[in-house]
Design a protein around this ligand. Sequence first.
Ligand code: CMP
Length: 478
Amino acid sequence: MTRPPLKKQVAVPLVLAALFGLAWYVLLRLAPGLPEGAGEREKMAQAAVEWARTLACIAFWMSVALVAVRALNELTFFLFRKRKGYDAPALMRDLFSLVLYVTAGAVILKYTLDLSFAALLPGSALLGIVLGLALQDTLGNLFSGISLHADKPFQVGDVIVVGKHTGVVTSITWRAVKIKTFSNHTVLIGNTVIAKESIEVCPRDNQNARIVFFSAAYTDSPVKVIHAVREAMREAENVLRYITPVVRIRDFGQSSVDYEVKYWLSDYSRYNDTDALVRQRIWYAFRRNGFTFPFPTRTIHVERPSARDGDGRDTETLAELLSAVDIFSPLTPAELSALAAASSNHVYAPGETIIRAGDEGDSMFVVSRGGVDVRVDSNGTQRTISRLGEGAFFGEMALFTGEPRTANVVAAEETEVLEIGHDAMRSLFQTNPDLVEALGRAINERRAGLLANAPAAPGDEDASDGLLSRIRRFFRLD
Ligand code: CMP
């Protein structure tokens, strides 16, 4: 509730002061004193006039006190606002006025009726007990209000959650805290209730966050979903720009991958609108990227021997992919199909390790989508010595020589690889002697790369021929 301007506040008491002052003056003139030998009636009339004069005097000074206290209140809290930068709470202003009124009242009573506080004490003690009992709740609210102001757990403009009520604090008075709910209702919560309940406070100038849930189909790549949603949140109104929203997988649901997006708001009191806007942006991002919103579904898989790999690619597509790999270019379409059928496709998230240096390995890989980094240990840190993109192969060294893996191979982005096992290669070697040579050359080149990048590593000086006979021996080729 806003206070009326000072002019309005003092206008009425000023008029009253003028009226009572006039009455006092008139009564002073009316009763100049009792003449000698005045009768009983004159004495009574004189006493009545004197009482009226005293009352007019009290009323005059009370009106003056009212004007003075209001003006002083306004001045004091104007200075308070200038120094602190915000309005003093209503309760503080009311208490300030109350103290001044009581003081002014005591002074007026002392000088008009000669009543001192000491004389009022016995009566006021009794009155205090009676009032204390009658105003138990009100006083409880008052004292809780005082402690609220001392503690300052929240301020006007903050969003608070008390029990089942959530809303923006609009005022804090000596009796209650007033909040405006998001349905635009006003709820008054007594200060005693506030003091007892646990309150969730979302301060206006805090970096408050919200979490919005959404789901995507299992077939939609998490990396893509996360990227698309994070991008979609950019520049959404009321979403803080300088804190990047966090999008993460929350759960693997029955028919969907469940995600959550955590974002920070400029104005928390508008979180309902902002949540809605965020959901809208997610919808459009899904639409643009061809993601699907999953419905509760139950998928019955009827397993049939199929020519499809784990990620749904058919043998034909895989064979086509393999034909683009330079070492496999001499293979016939039938051989490529056989190789594709014997291999399997795997997907890796960015940063996932596909091959670990030192491990045993009996398969090689072809990058079918994305890219990988070949990394070697250099004085305790991982150094990338090569980036292999789509169509490149890796893991051939351990496969063809039987030695441990020579390097770490890590997915540089979301990457799919085709894994080809020992047996599939063996049957190809028997029909394609050129393949052994092509691989021997590739291995030798890569070894040179390894030696150049890790001079301390045990060198392998095998000449190409030595390597070829080693591959032949390992694959038991004639
Ligand atoms: P392998 O040793 O089985 O496992 C690690 C793989 O990293 C290795 O096979 C090669 O395929 C690959 N690799 C090693 N050194 C290099 C290099 N210099 N350039 C490209 N790839 C390499």
